[in-house]
Design a protein. Structure first.
Length: 432
């Protein structure tokens, strides 16, 4: 595998092409490198005890801890692809800490996404459907036979499995009736099924009439009915590709990868593996076609600077950048790529970069310009952040140094300080 392709694979799956990983996989073939990236330990990752239960009066502090813990894992996990997939499922099966208001429920969902990140999509969907986080977030706790609530049933079809245009309003009604009675025991905050609140009458769903129950709806969509199963595979494949590669994949690519998911009965690992093995994944379009999301940007800088969540407090900055972990903007999750490129969101990135700069420059540390030519200083800061600068970017930084040295021939504080910030704000840093 060529080094440029290996670096691309690692940036997309592990956030950063870490030098140690580049060395470890230098002699690997594409298949060997992909299998290595996906070789996640089967041992479940335990949650920190501070956030595995609710603590009265400490909900905000628990959220802060959870964000920092998760972002630290994105940097330091032995195989960060597990966290990339966890975040993918978090943006697919959305729930929000603000509405759920429970560390226990939100972290149980987070753990589910991590533990089953490469498991089976049908199994994951079943488990997600009856977790308190989703039951609260999409109001299925209020879904009873005397007054069906359609929120969860609608999103199950529209956003979680089939996509717009692949179901009818009658299907939503039938699915909502099927999910009646699936709620939460408010004494324990655990899932409970209440038969007395469940609609046991026949329901016609996707043209089939029977006494559907909620989990039966999922099995029908993703297992029994080959037509809806294939539709779901295509819907999910487009979403996966756009999260890891680039926007608007060809219909041929989507169809072929969807068939892998279909043929493996919704198993996630072979599907993701097939994606990472595709030639299209290593195309120019893919390599140049993805803007780092705010979370990816923060994680990248955390790795290159050595700072972690407790020092940088990323939770203070990601809101302005537009992506707050555990708080998607709505049930549709986050958009990708060009969505992140506007002056407001980039201003928040600049604030974060500047905050890192002040920390790096304490007591005149990282005086990168002193004793170096402009070219040496620029190349040094580029290497510090793992940047392969374009000729245009490199020249812009050299021009800055020239002007700065005209104003301060003694190479003072500001040249090193601003070079560090500008390196973190280069186009190359924003592109994955």
């Amino acid at each position: 595998m060529e080094a440029v392709d290996l670096a691309h694979l690692l940036r997309r799956t592990e956030y950063v092409a870490k030098p140690a990983r580049m060395t470890e996989l230098a002699a690997a073939t594409r298949a060997e490198a992909v299998d290595n990236v996906l070789a996640v330990s089967p041992t479940p990752v335990p949650l920190p005890t501070y956030i595995d239960h609710d603590i009265d009066g400490e909900g905000y502090q628990q959220w802060v801890f959870a964000v920092q813990w998760w972002m630290d894992r994105m940097v330091d996990a032995p195989k960060p692809m597990q966290e990339r997939m966890t975040f993918f499922w978090h943006g697919h099966f959305c729930s929000s800490w603000d509405k759920v208001s429970s560390a226990r429920a939100m972290m149980a969902q987070n753990k589910l996404f991590r533990d089953q990140a490469f498991g089976n999509f049908r199994t994951l969907t079943q488990a997600m459907s009856v977790q308190p986080a989703m039951l609260w977030y999409l109001d299925n706790v209020e879904n009873v036979k005397t007054s069906p609530n359609q929120n969860f049933a609608r999103e199950l079809l529209e956003l979680f499995t089939l996509g717009v245009g692949n179901y009818t309003e009658d299907d939503v009604t039938a699915a909502a009736r099927a999910w009646t009675g699936h709620g939460i025991d408010h004494a324990t905050d655990n899932y409970v099924f209440r038969p007395a609140q469940h609609d046991t009458d026949p329901k016609t769903f996707m043209g089939v009439t029977r006494n559907f129950d909620g989990p039966g709806i999922v099995d029908f969509l993703l297992g029994e009915n080959a037509t809806t199963k294939l539709v779901a595979c295509k819907f999910l494949t487009k979403k996966l590709w756009e999260y890891f590669a680039h926007q608007n994949p060809s219909s041929t690519l989507v169809d072929e990868l969807a068939q892998v998911l279909f043929d493996n009965d919704m198993a996630i690992l072979p599907w993701v593996r097939a994606m990472l093995l595709r030639d299209e994944f290593y195309s120019i379009e893919a390599k140049q076609g993805m803007v780092r999301s705010p979370v990816e940007y923060v994680v990248t800088l955390m790795f290159h600077t050595g700072y972690r969540g407790a020092a940088l407090n990323p939770q203070w900055y990601v809101e302005g950048m537009g992506q707050v972990p555990f708080a998607p903007p709505n049930v549709a999750g986050w958009k990708h790529n060009g969505y992140w490129t506007n002056s407001s969101l980039f201003g928040a990135r600049a604030d974060f970069a500047r905050g890192i700069t002040w920390r790096m420059r304490q007591q005149n540390a990282n005086d990168v310009a002193d004793g170096r030519t402009p070219a040496e200083a620029v190349d040094l800061v580029a290497s510090m952040f793992g940047l392969d600068l374009s000729a245009t970017t490199r020249q812009a930084l050299l021009d800055f140094c020239a002007v700065q040295r005209t104003n301060e021939p003694w190479i003072g504080w500001w040249e090193s300080t601003n070079l560090l910030t500008m390196a973190m704000m280069t186009p190359e840093m924003h592109l994955a």
